[in-house]
Design a protein around this ligand. Structure first.
Ligand code: NAP
Length: 401
């Protein structure tokens, strides 16, 4: 019988043989998934000697779903992700043409996965464009449901856009050019606090040093500035003696405490290049988070190795995912880098509390990369690399666990 991961009083309860739904993904999805699942199963087997095991349950989305059912995201898939709480997915094609939303965005919205979690850590040996990539070890909590991504936009020249522009002039005296397009940027206290709460709880659980609220509050006072204010308010309301802010200390952070601070987004983007070791857990809104996650990912190796997760820490629902696309020209060639989905699975094991298995994957990847056993994308940037296939890279990781 199926054993399900459940959430009781905000604590995840994980059975020894949980059923985990997976979406293989389109394009290179099957290549990276078949490599990744071997890595996950080996790590769990090595860590727990058969006492724990994941029961994988395939659910369909994307092209495979469309061919089998005529739907891109069947209801059964959405239900399975809700019911089993934790799932993992490969990349999905966004059908080209009018009316289609990205399937990834649809899944995030339907499950209200309000945190986009992107850990950014450097593995020795990976080609990097910066001088000291080993100083980068951050975890980005990006708000996933609000901000200019909410989709409230009106096109320039349409009657309703003109109507809104006229109303804003009449009601608030705002002079907006008549030929403007308009976008709305909602940032709520509820949305901000639940995101910042998740980031601070993560920092406490994982013994991190600091949480930085990144914002552009000097300009956008009632959205980005309010995000910052609500963050400090939350620290007072809920975290009391576990947290310090700059106002509480002079210089040194007391032992066992976590510093909550804030940074203006543009200065922050400079400092992650010049002084990345000053930053640890990052909490930010949707658009800033998009830029920051990709900028940081580029510093530690880029697209093939960048893991991600979308999580609702209140319901426990979480979908771990490769962050790159379907790279159709490489599909079926056993060639691409499976690290993104493998590291996402590592995150998933960590989320489930299976830290020993997660640590083995970390060790396996570090071992393979240190010996320069890499797929084509890294091999072309490294001297003396041994270029390996997707499946062989998985073998190398398993060998180095
Ligand atoms: P992409 O699939 O990410 O591929 C762009 C390039 O990135 C590839 O040509 C390759 O570069 C490199 N790359 C991507 N994954 C790699 C891997 N695992 N290992 C090594 N290199 C990798 O982006 P796209 O071509 O813009 O998008 C293709 C489709 O994917 C679209 O339908 C898009 O909507 C979808 N998409 C899905 C997701 C998702 O499901 N999360 C995300 C983004 C895009 P080189 O050729 O230079 O080696």
């Amino acid at each position: 019988m199926d054993q399900k991961v459940v959430m009781t009083d905000t604590v995840l309860q994980v059975p020894d043989t949980p059923t985990i739904p997976y979406i293989e993904g389109d394009g290179i999805g099957p290549d990276i998934w078949s490599a990744a699942v071997r890595v996950f199963d080996s790590a769990v087997e090595k860590a727990y000697g058969g006492k724990k095991q994941i029961q994988w349950k395939e659910v369909l989305a994307g092209e495979k779903a469309y061919q089998a059912t005529g739907e891109w995201l069947p209801k059964a898939t959405e239900e399975a992700l809700k019911e089993y709480l934790v799932g993992i997915k490969g990349p999905l094609t966004t059908p080209v043409g009018g009316g289609f939303r990205s399937l990834n965005v649809t899944i995030r919205q339907r499950l209200d996965l309000f945190v986009c979690l992107r850990p950014v850590k450097y593995y020795l040996g990976i080609p990097s464009p910066v001088k000291r990539p080993e100083q980068i070890n951050m975890v980005v909590f990006r708000e996933n449901t609000e901000d200019v991504y909410a989709g409230y936009e009106l096109k320039s020249g349409e009657p309703e856009t003109r109507e809104l522009i006229d109303h804003l002039k009449a009601r608030y005296g705002w002079d907006i050019r008549k030929d403007s397009g308009i976008g709305i940027k909602p940032v709520s206290e509820t949305g901000s606090k639940r995101l910042i709460r998740a980031a601070i709880r993560y920092a406490i659980k994982h013994n991190r040093k600091s949480v930085t609220l990144v914002h552009k509050g000097n300009i956008m006072k009632f959205t980005e500035g309010a995000f910052r204010e609500w963050g400090y308010e939350l620290v007072q309301e809920e975290f009391g003696d576990k947290i310090v802010t700059w106002d509480d200390i002079d210089g040194e952070i007391p032992e066992g405490k976590i510093l909550v601070k804030d940074a203006i987004a543009d200065a922050f983007l400079q400092q992650i290049l010049t002084r990345p070791d000053e930053y640890d857990v990052i909490a930010t809104m949707n658009l800033n988070g998009d830029y920051i996650s990709d900028a940081l990912a580029a510093q530690v190796g880029g697209i093939g190795i960048d893991p991600g997760a979308n999580i609702n820490y209140e319901t426990g629902n979480a979908v771990f995912e490769a962050t790159h696309g379907t790279a159709p020209k490489y599909a079926g060639k056993d060639m691409v880098n499976p690290s993104s989905v493998i590291l996402s699975g590592m995150l998933m094991l960590d989320y489930l509390g299976w830290k020993e298995a997660s640590a083995l994957i970390d060790k396996g990847i570090a071992g393979a990369l240190a010996r320069k056993q890499v797929t084509y994308d890294f091999a072309r940037l490294m001297d003396g690399a041994e270029k390996v296939s997707t499946s062989r890279f998985a073998d190398c990781i398993i060998d180095h666990m």
